[in-house]
Design a protein around this ligand. Structure first.
Ligand SMILES: Cc1cc2nc3c(=O)[nH]c(=O)nc-3n(C[C@H](O)[C@H](O)[C@H](O)COP(=O)(O)OP(=O)(O)OC[C@H]3O[C@@H](n4cnc5c(N)ncnc54)[C@H](O)[C@@H]3O)c2cc1C
Length: 408
C-alpha cells in the first residue's frame, strides 16, 4: 500500500486540521490524550466531555463513519483513521465515550431494530446519553461466557439479578450494555442475552472502587430484581454471545487502534533532554529501544490502515497492536520514571508535568488487562496466526447449570 495520502485524503486531512486548530487548544505535552478516565474530579471531566461531544456533533465532526441519519458524517474508515491521527494532538476530551460511541453504538447499528437505532443512536452520538459496559463479573472476565447474572422472563419483561464489576464510569451512565444468562440449561455460550439497560432503573446499586491512581474510574454494580422490557433485548433472546462478539471486536479495535498509547516520541525526547537522561549510556540504549518501538507501532498502524483501505475489518492486527501497545506503554513510562529519578515520586504541582508520568506508569498496568489481557491476546495470536493447537475447552458443550454445582 502507498502510505501517502491520496489527493482526497490530503484535502480531508487539511479540513480536519483546520477545524481542530480553530476549535480546540493543542494538547499539552505528555498529557495522554484520548484517555477513558481521569484522576481528578471525574464528574466535572465527564460533564466537560459531554459538552465537547455535543460541540463535535453540532459541527458535523462526531461519528466520522456513522450514517448521516444518526447524526454522523457518513465518511469512510480511512477518513476516520485520518481524524484519529490528527485529533490526538489536540485537547479534545471525548475518550470516555469509547464504551458508547466506540462499542455500544456500532453494535446497535449491526444488531438493533429500527426502533432501537432511532431511539438510542443520535442521543448517544451527541453526548446527551452516556453509555457504560456491564459485561465483566467477579467470575467472568477473560472467560466472559461464564457470566452468572440472570435474566428471568416475567410477562413482557425480564427481571435481572446479579453482580457486575470493573464497570468504567458506571456512576455517570444513562444506559448500559449488559449480558445476562437467560437459559442456564444451554451450554454457556448459547444461553446469554444482550440487554440495553436504563441505568436509572430501580434495583441498580453502583459502588465505585478506588484505584491505585486515586481515581474512582470503575465500579461494582449490583442488580437486584431490575425489571427491563422485552424491547431492551438487542438481537435474539439467548443469542447474545454473537452480539457481544461484535462489541468485543470494536473494543479490541479501539485499544489496538492506538487509543491507549497516544503520547508520542517527542514527548519522551523532551523528557530525556529535561532530565539529562539522554546523556546516560544505559538510558540511551533504552531510549533507542523506545524509539524503535514507536516506529514499529507506526507500521502496525499502517497495517491496520491497509486492511481498512481494502474495506476489511482488522482482526488479529488489533490483537497484535493491543499487546504491543500495552507492553510499550509499560516500558516507556518505566523509562520516564528512571530518567526522572527520585523526583518521579512527586505528584501534583511538585511533580514533573504535574506527576503525569508516574500516573501513566500506574495506569499502564490496567492497559495490560482491559479489553482482553496480554495472555488472552497471546492465545488469540497463537491459535489464529501461528496455527498452534487450540486451548482445551472442555466445558464448551456442557449445559451451564451442570458446570458448577455450587452455583446458586
Ligand atoms: C481499566 C479497566 C477498565 C475496564 N472497564 C470495563 C468495563 O467498562 N466493563 C466491563 O465489563 N469490563 C471492564 N473491564 C474488565 C476487563 O474486561 C477484565 O478485567 C478483563 O477481561 C480480564 O478479566 P478479569 O479481570 O476477570 O481477569 P481474569 O480473567 O480472572 O484473569 C486473571 C489472570 O489470568 C490470566 N488468564 C485468564 N484466562 C487465561 C487463559 N485462558 N490463558 C492464559 N491466561 C489466562 C489473565 O491474563 C490474568 O492475568 C475493565 C478492566 C480494566 C483494567
Amino acid at each position: 500500500m502507498d502510505f501517502d495520502d491520496t489527493r482526497d485524503e490530503h484535502e480531508f486531512r487539511l479540513l480536519v486540521r483546520s477545524y481542530l486548530e480553530s476549535t480546540f487548544p493543542r494538547r499539552p505535552p505528555g498529557s495522554g490524550g484520548g484517555r477513558i478516565y481521569h484522576e481528578g474530579d471525574e464528574a466535572a471531566w465527564i460533564a466537560d466531555a459531554k459538552a465537547t461531544q455535543l460541540r463535535l456533533y453540532e459541527d458535523g465532526w462526531a461519528g466520522i463513519t456513522w450514517p448521516r441519519q444518526y447524526g454522523g458524517r457518513g465518511g469512510t474508515s480511512i477518513q476516520n483513521s485520518i481524524w484519529n491521527q490528527e485529533v490526538v494532538d489536540f485537547d479534545v476530551n471525548v475518550g470516555s465515550f469509547a464504551m458508547g460511541i466506540g462499542m455500544a453504538g456500532p453494535t446497535i447499528m449491526a444488531h438493533g431494530t429500527d426502533d432501537q437505532k432511532h431511539r438510542y443512536l443520535a442521543p448517544m452520538l451527541s453526548g446527551q446519553e452516556f453509555w457504560v459496559q456491564l459485561f465483566s463479573e467477579p467470575g467472568a472476565g477473560s472467560d466472559l461466557a461464564n457470566i452468572g447474572t440472570k435474566a428471568v422472563r416475567d410477562g413482557d419483561d425480564f427481571v435481572i439479578t446479579g453482580q457486575k464489576v470493573w464497570t468504567s464510569s458506571a456512576q455517570f451512565g444513562d444506559f448500559g450494555i449488559l449480558l445476562a444468562r437467560t437459559n442456564p440449561d444451554a451450554p454457556k455460550h448459547r444461553g446469554i442475552t444482550y440487554f440495553l439497560v436504563d441505568m436509572s432503573s430501580p434495583g441498580i446499586d453502583i459502588r465505585p472502587l478506588v484505584q491505585i491512581t486515586g481515581a474512582r474510574h470503575f465500579s461494582e454494580v449490583f442488580l437486584d430484581d431490575v425489571r427491563v422490557p422485552r424491547s431492551a433485548v438487542l438481537g435474539e433472546v439467548d443469542g447474545g454471545w454473537g452480539v457481544a462478539m461484535t462489541t468485543l471486536a470494536y473494543e479490541r479495535g479501539l485499544i489496538g487502534g492506538g487509543g491507549a498509547g497516544s503520547f508520542k516520541w517527542p514527548e519522551l525526547e523532551r523528557l530525556a533532554e529535561a532530565t539529562g537522561g539522554g546523556s546516560d549510556p544505559l538510558m540511551r540504549q533504552r531510549l533507542a529501544k523506545a524509539y524503535t518501538n514507536f516506529e514499529i507501532m507506526k507500521f502496525l498502524r499502517y497495517r491496520i490502515q491497509t486492511a481498512l483501505s481494502k474495506g476489511e475489518r482488522p482482526g488479529t492486527e488489533s490483537s497484535v497492536m493491543k499487546l504491543f501497545i500495552a507492553q510499550h506503554l509499560a516500558e516507556v513510562t518505566n523509562l520516564a520514571l528512571s530518567m526522572d529519578g527520585a523526583d518521579a515520586l512527586l505528584d501534583g504541582a511538585d511533580g514533573r508535568d504535574r506527576g503525569l508520568w508516574v500516573r501513566q506508569w500506574l495506569q499502564a498496568v490496567s492497559v495490560r488487562i482491559a479489553g482482553g489481557s496480554d495472555e488472552v491476546q497471546r492465545n488469540v495470536l497463537g491459535e489464529r496466526v501461528l496455527g498452534l493447537p487450540a486451548e482445551p475447552r472442555v466445558d464448551k458443550d456442557v449445559p451451564f447449570n451442570q458446570q458448577n454445582k455450587s452455583r446458586p
